[in-house]
Unconditional design. Structure first.
Length: 259
């Protein structure tokens, strides 16, 4: 297991990388989005130096609000281009995976049939899988914190291209009911990255681990039982970063103690 953090997009990405390195994290989950970490705001040379000096890896992350489910083909294509524009940066930094977000139900236009919305998302992700291949990058689909997007929807998206992986977010899986075991049972063989944050089951709050209602020893045990031993990001955004460091301590202890 390799433990990392996501840069807060409200802060400078290089400063975030320095903080992660200083506190012993093994990789940076680099999200490319505003207001302070948009593509044109990243100092790639400086960031590469920080990561190399610290021996840290990178996981690619893109904006959650891109309109992959828009009924307008030109908007969907613009979303694809926004992600594809990041590939050179991620490849230069040594990333192997890049996430894209399955839109939540509220991002879909309900005048159109649900299967059309899902198909449009799948087609966008298939385009990205093809365009990422020359960069040796794998596209991974992150499921939203929305109980209206079910396992069958995720399966339809992943089915369009065998190169797509699953980005599992344990916090998202807790919103609206615990779906973690079902996601792992169905897609465990395609799991390539994991996010951890806590919530109380109603919204995606990015709370420190133990502050919400996720059963973390069980969650870690399920990951290990399904053979996962890869990158895990703490997606915890608290004003006091002692809570983020405490979450890291807890994950390492739960991982060590899990059967």
């Amino acid at each position: 297991m390799q433990l990392g953090i996501m840069n807060d997009p409200r802060l400078d990405a290089c400063a975030e990388a320095r903080w992660a390195a200083a506190h012993g994290f093994e990789f940076l989950d680099l999200t490319i989005e505003g207001p302070c970490a948009a593509l044109e705001q990243i100092d790639v040379t400086e960031l590469q130096t920080i990561l190399t000096d610290a021996g840290m890896g990178v996981v690619g992350h893109t904006a959650w609000y891109l309109p992959f489910a828009s009924p307008l083909a030109r908007l969907r294509q613009a979303a694809v281009e926004c992600v594809a524009d990041t590939f050179d940066l991620f490849a230069r930094l040594g990333a192997c995976t890049v996430n894209v977000h399955i839109p939540a139900g509220r991002q879909m236009v309900h005048l159109f049939r649900r299967d059309n919305n899902v198909r449009w998302v799948a087609e966008c992700f298939a385009q990205l899988a093809e365009r990422a291949a020359p960069y040796n990058l794998q596209i991974m689909a992150e499921h939203p914190p929305d109980p209206g997007i079910g396992i069958s929807d995720i399966a339809s998206i992943l089915a369009i291209d065998k190169r797509l992986g699953l980005h599992l977010d344990v916090g998202h899986a807790n919103v609206g009911g615990d779906k973690l075991e079902g996601l792992l049972d169905r897609f465990g063989s395609r799991l390539v990255h994991v996010h951890l944050s806590d919530n109380r089951g109603k919204s995606d709050d990015h709370m420190p681990l133990g502050a919400g209602r996720v059963d973390w020893p069980r969650a870690i045990r399920l990951l290990k039982q399904h053979g996962y031993d890869g990158t895990i990001t703490l997606e915890v955004f608290s004003q006091d970063r002692d809570y983020l460091l405490l979450s890291a301590q807890k994950v390492r202890a739960w991982w060590r103690d899990a059967a």
